[in-house]
Ligand binder design. Structure first.
Ligand SMILES: [Zn+2]
Length: 326
């Protein structure tokens, strides 16, 4: 029988709790709002929901092989302790992994959410059956996870490998949220690109993007940009082209470093489609070797907006695989 797995997906505005099996079949799901919440209230609720999901599926918690927690950073990943993530400042020094292990009485793990996204696509999505594979989120920020030689790459003490959004692409680039300058994310992350448009168009109320935002700079986002690109607006086309060039620069590096079979692209790639990915493919030959480029298929996420439902479950599955391999 397929092993049962429990997944917890801690997002900035909501938390998902899911019961599924190792083949990616979902047996039940719950959602809890997570805006300015108190972990002292929410943790017991997550446990209650997990127990109820098990009861509804007609199984005992003790029959679940493992749980996985998909968590935002910063965190002490080694010990499974949340350290006040950006959207949940009250979740400071919350030892969620130990608490859940004790309360549920089953093995479990704690993994950063970008790695969980990669694991979800690897086990249940576009990365199935790959041994060397990279997932990139392409959302408000740029994050991701790397699977090399059939294992998730975590790095050493702080388990922070795979921060692909923060490789420097330009020494003189814009300041990034992380403190560095010219990061990949500062060129291609949704939040950074929106900030840049707001600055550059602040005194241009007649620009097409400002018009599309109804004159309100706060309403400028990637959708506004996409619309202006589709209409052929000069400024939007230039910015779009620069984004494609920077995406190709970063993705080309990943291809030459890891020689992956597949690179799976998240949000923008599947939401926008060829308009987003075609120009990246056009620039890729500047930044990667032909042989390795031929080895690598670049495809959109298959799980799309459902990826969060699989994040914690995928982490649990990976935890069992890694422990079986020891
Ligand atoms: Zn950065």
């Amino acid at each position: 029988m397929a092993k049962l797995l429990l997944g917890f997906d801690i997002g900035g505005t909501k938390i998902g709790i899911g019961l599924g099996d190792e083949n990616g079949k979902l047996l039940g799901q719950r959602r809890i709002g997570n805006i300015d919440t108190d972990p002292g209230v929410i943790l017991p609720q997550m446990l209650r929901d997990a127990r109820e999901l098990a009861a509804e599926a007609g199984v005992k918690v003790a029959d679940i092989a493992a749980f996985g927690i998909s968590a935002p950073f910063p965190a002490d990943a080694k010990n499974g302790i949340l350290l006040a993530p950006t959207n949940n400042k009250r979740w400071d020094h919350v030892p969620i992994l130990d608490t859940f292990r004790r309360e549920l009485g089953i093995p479990g793990c704690f993994e950063n959410d970008a790695n969980c996204g990669a694991l979800a696509e690897w086990f249940f999505g576009a990365g199935r059956n790959c041994r060397d594979f990279i997932y990139l989120t392409m959302s408000t920020g740029i994050g991701g996870g790397i699977v090399a030689a059939g294992r998730l790459v975590r790095g050493s003490e702080s388990l922070s490998a795979g921060e692909m959004g923060h490789i420097c692409l330009d020494l003189n680039g814009r300041k990034c949220n992380c403190g560095q300058r010219g990061c990949y994310e500062s060129f291609c992350g949704g939040r950074a690109v929106a900030d840049r448009m707001r600055e550059e168009l602040a005194d241009k109320p007649d620009s097409r993007i400002m018009q599309l935002a109804g004159g309100d700079p706060a309403k400028i986002d990637m959708r506004t940009l996409e619309q202006a690109v589709r209409e052929g607006d000069d400024y939007a086309l230039r910015l779009w082209d620069e984004m494609a060039l920077r995406n190709a620069q970063a993705i080309g590096m990943f291809i030459n470093i890891f020689n992956p079979e597949k690179i799976v692209l998240g949000t923008l790639a599947w939401a926008v489609g060829g308009l987003y990915t075609d120009p990246i493919m056009k620039y890729l030959p500047r930044f990667s070797w032909p042989q390795m480029r031929r080895d690598c298929a670049i495809v959109p996420s298959e799980l799309r907006r459902e990826i969060g439902s699989y994040a914690g479950i995928a982490a649990a599955k990976n935890y069992l695989l890694e422990n079986a391999a020891k």
